[in-house]
Design a protein around this ligand. Sequence first.
Ligand code: FES
Length: 136
Amino acid sequence: MSAPHLEVAEAPTTPGTELGSPATGVAVPGTAGPPAGRAYAVARLEDVPLGEGRAFVAGGVQVAVFRLRDGSVHATQAACPHAGGPLADGQTDPDVLVCPLHLYGFRWSDGSSTGGVGRVRVYPVREVDGMLVVDV
Ligand code: FES
């Protein structure tokens, strides 16, 4: 009996989730490019649905980028400092990101925990010409 045929996915389901993917290190429109400012266009705005987060790699750094329903955008480290949970899958409100694994919260303002489990790194993020640009 032969082994079942398995196919390997050729591309990540979320742009920029693998190091070296096309969304990594794209020059910011209107600037000289990422090396000088360490600014990376990680995705198109529509790649992150309103009210959700997605994980990307910016300059070799894994980041979670969020679009809140109030129109704001936020970026944090991708892994939770508590036990490595996928912060991009967390729940959000205007003030706090909640990790999906153990439900600790982290403030957008400075990354501090609402439950005393450390701090997430918060990265500056903005929209530039329809692209989400993260400074790492
Ligand atoms: S891994 Fe995030 S709260 Fe535990």
